[in-house]
Design a protein around this ligand. Structure first.
Ligand SMILES: Cc1ncc(COP(=O)(O)O)c(C=O)c1O
Length: 397
């Protein structure tokens, strides 16, 4: 029917029709801001839905802009495919629930991000899935004695949030493979610019894309990548059952973030290294944790498995404990008091009272988070300005 013959309300809905998208060649992928996609015919719709023909159906199940983000991340991580999520935590939940059944257990490095710890603590007991924590620095030596016939996977985070402990990825893979276990890594802190776990034999790599991939502290997202055989197993759990799919605009912002990721991560790492060296000698600081420091227990392993830098996050133990740590934070003028990391801004937080609230006093002590422990996620400002601010904040405690 010619558009001229249609009623006003119908014209309002249909407009002048779609332009021929095959004739338009933008430099940047369009944001496919559509929750559903039109089929060529009833048969075509059934075939796409059944997975017999390629195509898109419904954005929760896949979207061209999200696919661009997933494929870009897989490419940078040196693997085949990926799935994107509305948050990093949604990705972690989808991975765990894909591989584990009630009665199974997971071996996890400790510490890990407080939200992941919270997910493991709150949700996993309801599923009757047990988490066995092993210290990051020693997990590869302990897997053999701790794994049993219900262990399904080894979950590692390195460098770890917030202590910057380092897991030996290659040795952990070796120990896990001996027990026929999959290895899943949270590569958020390092990014594929500095650490490529797939090349070390890891099965699945995941990210809180909210951090360095986004890069500007303004968008939430997650991404899980790996060989097609793994991703095809995770996708139904992710999109059909849990439904934490990324929004097209968010995916587009993440793809844009990936384009500048190497430049930003290089600068974050250079700045963090300078600031860590400065803090290591500061009279108001009793300990500086940064994998790039020779004094850091994980330095040798980090040097072996990371290249191009050690990331943008460091942590300090402020002399004088909790009260001194609180004063230090309140004295800051340029650095912002905020959770998260990977943003252009330098963000400072006290993990025990914010990001790692799920940790009990006992849990905190077990992983060496002392009362004055403060995390500094270094941004891409001029490091001299950040250092001057940190220095005055420490000196005025
Ligand atoms: C290392 C790490 N993994 C996972 C997450 C969870 O990601 P999101 O907050 O995007 O759900 C975070 C968040 O801070 C994190 O730091």
């Amino acid at each position: 029917m010619a558009h001229g013959k249609l009623h006003f309300e119908t014209l309002a809905v249909h407009g002048a029709g779609m332009p021929d998208l095959t004739k338009i060649k933008p430099v940047s992928i369009p944001i496919y801001q559509s929750s559903e996609f039109v089929f060529d015919s009833a048969e075509h719709g059934a075939a796409v839905m059944a997975g017999q023909e390629p195509g898109y159906v419904y954005t929760r199940l896949g979207n061209p802009t999200s696919r661009d983000f997933e494929k870009r991340t897989a490419l940078l991580e040196g693997t085949e495919d990926g799935i994107s999520f509305a948050s990093g935590l949604a990705g972690i939940a989808a991975v765990i629930l894909t591989y584990c059944r009630p009665g199974d257990n997971i071996i996890s490095s400790a510490p890990i991000y407080g939200g992941t710890f919270g997910l493991f603590k709150d949700l996993m007991p309801k599923m009757n899935i047990e988490i066995i924590y092993l210290p990051a620095s020693d997990i590869h030596n302990l897997i053999e004695t701790k794994a049993n016939d219900r262990t399904r996977l080894v979950y590692i985070e390195t460098p770890a949030n917030p202590t910057l402990d380092v897991v030996d990825i290659a040795e952990t893979v070796k120990a896990a493979k001996k027990q026929n276990l999959k290895v899943v890594i949270d590569n958020t802190f390092a990014t594929p610019c500095l650490q490529r776990p797939i090349e070390m034999g890891v099965d699945v790599v995941l990210h809180s894309a909210t951090k360095y991939i986004c890069g500007h502290g303004d968008t939430m997202g997650g991404v899980v990548v790996g060989p097609r055989t793994e991703i095809d197993q995770i996708r139904p759990m992710a999109f059909k059952n849990l439904g934490g799919s990324i929004a097209p605009l968010t995916a587009w912002l993440m793809s844009r973030g990936l384009q500048t990721l190497p430049l930003r991560v290089e600068r974050h790492s250079q700045n963090a290294m300078k600031i860590a060296l400065f803090l290591e000698k500061h009279p108001k600081v009793s300990k500086t944790c940064y994998p790039g420091l020779e004094s850091c227990p994980g330095h040798a392993v980090a040097k072996k498995q990371m290249s191009g830098g050690f990331g943008g996050v460091l942590a300090i133990d402020v002399k004088g404990g909790r009260e001194a740590g609180r004063k230090f934070q309140n004295n800051l003028k340029l650095c912002k008091l905020a959770v998260s990391l990977g943003s252009v801004d330098t963000l400072v937080t006290h993990p025990a009272s914010t990001t790692h609230l799920a940790y009990s006093e006992q849990d905190l002590a077990a992983v060496g988070m002392t009362p004055g422990f403060v995390r500094i996620a270094v941004g891409i400002e001029n490091p001299e300005d950040v250092m001057a601010d940190i220095d005055q904040a420490l000196s005025n405690i």
